[in-house]
Design a protein around this ligand. Structure first.
Ligand code: SF4
Length: 399
């Protein structure tokens, strides 16, 4: 359970061919209140302007300086010269689930694509409506989980705190047009949040700061495939965010295939640190488990999962796999999913099954961005399928 060097060094990295000159101006949403005040002071501006700027950036989620009409023209021009009001250069939105799900493909200043998703949950029996936004923390991902479209892209680059927060502000703007607001944020889009831990924690702090976005810490979920140094940092900081661990397999040989980071940070160590987080924060840890037909959904897998999690402050979220191009796998059939669920529940592990949202618009993480990227050659796809079939078969017989 020792902290290791940056795991990206040993994982596949694809450098994008879409490099454009980057806009040197930072996003205004990446600045905290003291930084804005310092900038104003240096220009001899009164400090009450900081409150006005914060009001535009956070309460109104303004996407341009031009719309900040309570500021004088000269100040708006100065802001425009030094900052970007929005780091998302362009966005295309697709609707699914009769409008309950909306998926955004954002283009950054360097031409890279990232995704975010809005999921609306209408309140039932007097409960309030919820609007959950799922955001990306990196362009691409180095972890390379073979069931994930983002894993196919490889790693492109880390997002800045402003690029992360601007995804939430985009949806806040859109929701405010209809009188709604963002109620929950989950870091479960493209990328491994804890391999970009600094900007992710800055973004989460901005989102939960009452003087900025103002979302309750308990309404923010940070997911990880098990980056131990980042998890240990969370344990030390003791924030009240919900921690979600992408487990996907309890048997070590199989998890090595499904979550390659397992070779560096084994699931048993990951669960120990997650349990320490649950102990110090009092917050139940959510374990995510993608259900793949005939691969990780056998009775032995359920038994092994029970052995790993029984007696811990844990909740399991089972997710039927979204079929991803270039993998040989399919989602678990409903009857086996029900049996797996029952085994966990009978062992006292709270378990839910997540209904996949927006399958028809490619809401598996990274799917839209993967479609925008160059398609791999058929021979490479065939080799990959063959390798995955070989590795998963070996993992099934190994334990
Ligand atoms: S599932 Fe998450 S950690 Fe794994 S490749 Fe996809 S984005 Fe990265």
């Amino acid at each position: 359970m020792t902290a290791s060097p940056d795991p990206r060094r040993s994982l596949p990295v694809i450098t994008g061919s879409r490099d454009r000159t980057r806009d040197p101006r930072p996003g205004i949403a990446g600045l905290d209140a003291p930084a804005v005040s310092t900038w104003l002071q240096e220009r001899g501006e009164p400090l009450y302007r900081a409150r006005q700027i914060a009001d535009h950036v956070w309460r109104r989620s303004a996407g341009s300086f031009d719309e900040m009409r309570t500021l004088p023209r000269q100040l708006r021009d100065a802001l425009e010269a030094d900052f970007r009001a929005d780091t998302l250069a362009d966005t295309a939105v697709t609707l699914a689930d009769r409008g309950l799900t909306e998926k955004a493909l954002h283009t950054l200043d360097d031409g890279r694509n990232i995704e975010s998703v809005l999921m609306r949950y209408p309140g039932r029996d007097g409960a309030r409506d919820r609007s959950t936004v799922c955001i990306s923390s990196q362009a691409g991902c180095a972890v390379g989980c073979p069931f994930c479209a983002t894993g196919e892209l490889g790693f492109e680059r880390d997002l800045t705190a402003a690029e992360i927060v601007d995804q939430v502000r985009f949806w806040a703007r859109r929701l405010s047009d209809e009188g709604g607001h963002v109620t929950n944020v989950v870091f479960m889009g493209m990328g491994e949040p804890l391999l970009n831990v600094g900007p992710v924690l800055s973004a989460a702090a901005a989102l939960s700061d009452p003087s900025r976005f103002g979302l309750g810490t308990r309404h923010i979920t940070i997911s990880t495939s098990g980056v131990l140094p980042g998890m240990e940092r969370l344990v030390a900081l003791r924030p009240q965010y919900t921690l979600a661990v992408s487990l996907h397999a309890a048997r070590p040989a199989l998890r090595d295939v499904l979550v390659p980071l397992n070779r560096r940070y084994p699931a048993s160590d990951v669960v120990e640190v997650a349990t320490a987080y649950a102990r110090t924060t009092g917050r139940r840890v959510s374990y995510e488990y993608v259900m793949i037909d005939g691969i990780n959904d056998t009775p032995d897998d359920a038994t092994e999962l029970v052995r790993l999690l029984r007696g811990r402050l844990a909740h399991v979220n089972l997710i039927p796999m979204n079929a991803v191009a270039h993998t040989p796998w399919q989602p678990t059939p409903p009857a086996r999913l029900a049996a797996f669920t029952e085994t966990l529940r009978a062992s006292g592990i709270p378990t839910t099954v997540r209904r996949n949202r927006g399958v028809d618009i490619g809401a598996a993480c990274g799917q839209l961005a993967a479609e925008q990227a160059a398609r791999p050659a058929p021979a490479a796809v065939a080799r990959r399928r063959e390798r995955l079939e070989r590795e998963s078969a070996a993992a099934l017989t190994a334990s």
